[in-house]
Ligand binder design. Structure first.
Ligand code: GLA
Length: 516
């Protein structure tokens, strides 16, 4: 971690600023309230590859997401990657591979939702997934997305292997249309490794897109590859924003072979770039230091900032770079000083470099030491140890509020009628705001079925969503609704956060008392 220096040392710099190819974006992201901040979660591929993936592993990881505090820090999407979890049956339908996933893919999803987490799956736009062990969606896009919806999937990574002759824009547009037709809100994570420059078009059909090749092979972190990916991804900073993110791949934090400083540096870079934070390590065997890094709420606050700006390099001198340009919701700015040398670097960050007015001096928060100093006039000087970072937040105010991070106690409500006379059943979903900025304005979106009403009550920190079900007049059967609750920005009416959850109702007999 860095030390603040009393004496300011000059920072000699060469500016090697690279602009993204193409014209500056005027992006119209999907208006579905999904991925308004970079998705956070866990995928098995980086550490496990294919073979060890099965239901037992995913469930153990789900447990650790909860017990390690990662869920409460914001990690939510979890599920098998290329884990041979489904096959195509002889009738053409996708079916669970019950040998590996005995509860079925719907059962696995339910158990994830019950723990207050969301369900991620994986497929491919071509004929097969990369290893050829699983079917791709080509030619069966609508049926497959319907199946993903039946399994109650919330996030799907769609790979680009075995797609010879397919047009990348058309293929992912079709998959988006198919998902839309299936009627379930699902985050679409495109995985073309940058092929077809997805940053230029994919915001209209998905929520995140891989910008580069794979960060590592299963089981082995590759620091050189991670650094190349970080610096390539940086050049695309203009194309990211709420609902549409550049994805430099899953994280390698906590994988064998990395030092604590490398883990910290990696995490800080991903947070600064507003990158999706999909952990890729074995959560069941984490050191204390890895947990502390992955759950550093001040760094996560930079990543999950609602303005969704991707930080960029404003100065680079050989192996020392200053990353900034990341204005945060409270008017403060995040700054990262990254030292890739094998010796310490003395670096001076000028307030004029980051476009902040310094008349009254500025406060500096060290996001790894969790200390505030200041006011500092004109600049701050830091000494960054070898291969490490200084991650700072700079503000006119002494307060450094954390942006909202919304956690639900469950994402499913299941009720069963017990009587043939009309009944009112009720169950609550509690959502908590883990940030310090208040979010009191939650509102249920219209369009609920007649048997369900939802009321919202609470304050800026916690809301209770009471689901009231009236069985009057319902016929025997299963009923299902997806509830969307938005937190709306008071002036623009723009959703700042949105959550979705499922409501299930079983009615074992026809119920009297109504006309439905
Ligand atoms: C591709 C993706 C990886 C992983 C593997 C699975 O290589 O880029 O992230 O999903 O496929 O085979």
């Amino acid at each position: 971690m860095m030390m603040m220096l009393g004496i300011w040392t000059a920072f000699v710099h060469v500016s090697i600023f690279t602009w993204a190819e193409g014209t500056p974006p005027n992006v119209h992201a999907l208006d579905d309230g999904l991925a308004l901040t970079p998705p956070m979660g866990w995928y098995p591929w980086n550490i496990f590859g294919q073979e060890p993936q099965n239901e037992k592993l995913i469930k153990e990881i789900v447990d650790t997401l909860v017990t390690s505090g990662m869920r409460d820090a914001g990690y939510s999407y979890v599920g098998p990657d290329e884990g041979i979890c489904f096959l195509r049956a002889s009738d053409g339908k996708l079916t669970t591979n019950f040998e590996r996933y005995p509860s079925g893919l719907r059962g696995l999803g339910d158990s994830i939702h019950e723990r207050g987490l969301k369900y991620a799956l994986y497929t491919d736009a071509g004929t097969h997934t990369c290893s050829k062990a699983m079917p791709g969606t080509k030619g069966r896009e609508f049926e497959d997305m319907r199946r993903f919806a039946d399994w109650r999937c919330d996030y799907v990574k769609i790979d680009w292997c075995h797609t010879e002759g397919q047009d990348v824009v058309k293929a992912y547009t079709l998959l988006h249309d198919a998902q839309h037709a299936a009627g379930r809100p699902i985050v679409h994570s495109l995985c073309t490794w940058g092929e077809g420059s997805p940053w230029k078009w994919a915001a209209a059909v998905g929520h995140l897109w891989r910008t580069t090749g794979d960060i590592c092979g299963p089981g082995l972190a590759d620091w050189e590859s991670a650094m190349k990916i970080a610096f390539d991804n940086e050049t695309l900073f203009e194309w990211a924003g709420p609902g549409h993110w550049n994805d430099p791949d899953m994280m390698i934090v906590g994988m064998p072979g990395l030092s604590e400083a490398q883990n910290r540096s990696f995490f800080s870079l991903w947070c600064m770039m507003a990158s999706p934070l999909m952990a890729g390590n074995d959560l069941r065997n984490m050191s204390k230091s890895t947990i502390q890094i992955l759950t550093n709420r001040e760094a996560i606050g930079v990543n999950q900032d609602p303005l969704g700006i991707q930080g960029r390099i404003i100065r680079r001198n050989g192996q020392v770079s200053i990353w900034a340009g990341k204005r945060l919701f409270d008017g403060s700015q995040a700054v990262l000083v990254f030292n890739q040398r094998s010796s310490p670097a003395d670096v001076r960050v000028l307030w004029s470099d980051i476009g902040m007015d310094d008349t009254a001096g500025l406060y500096v928060r060290d996001l790894w030491a969790h200390e505030t100093t200041g006011p500092h006039a004109g600049a701050i000087s830091v000494t960054v140890p070898p291969n490490d970072v200084a991650m700072l937040r700079i503000s006119k105010s002494k307060d450094f509020p954390l942006p909202p991070i919304i956690i639900a106690d469950t994402y499913v409500v299941s009720l069963r009628a017990t009587d043939t006379a009309a009944q009112t059943l009720s169950a609550a979903v509690t959502i908590r705001n883990q940030g310090s900025a208040e979010l009191p304005l939650w509102k249920v979106r219209e369009g609920l079925p007649g048997w369900l009403s939802v009321t919202v009550a609470g304050d800026g920190k916690s809301q209770t969503l009471t689901n009231r079900i009236s069985t009057a007049g319902l016929k025997k059967g299963f009923y299902h609704a997806i509830v969307r609750v938005d937190n709306t920005e008071p002036v623009s009416g723009r959703p700042m956060s949105a959550i979705y959850y499922d409501v299930d109702l079983e009615v074992p007999n026809n119920v009297g008392g109504g006309s439905k």
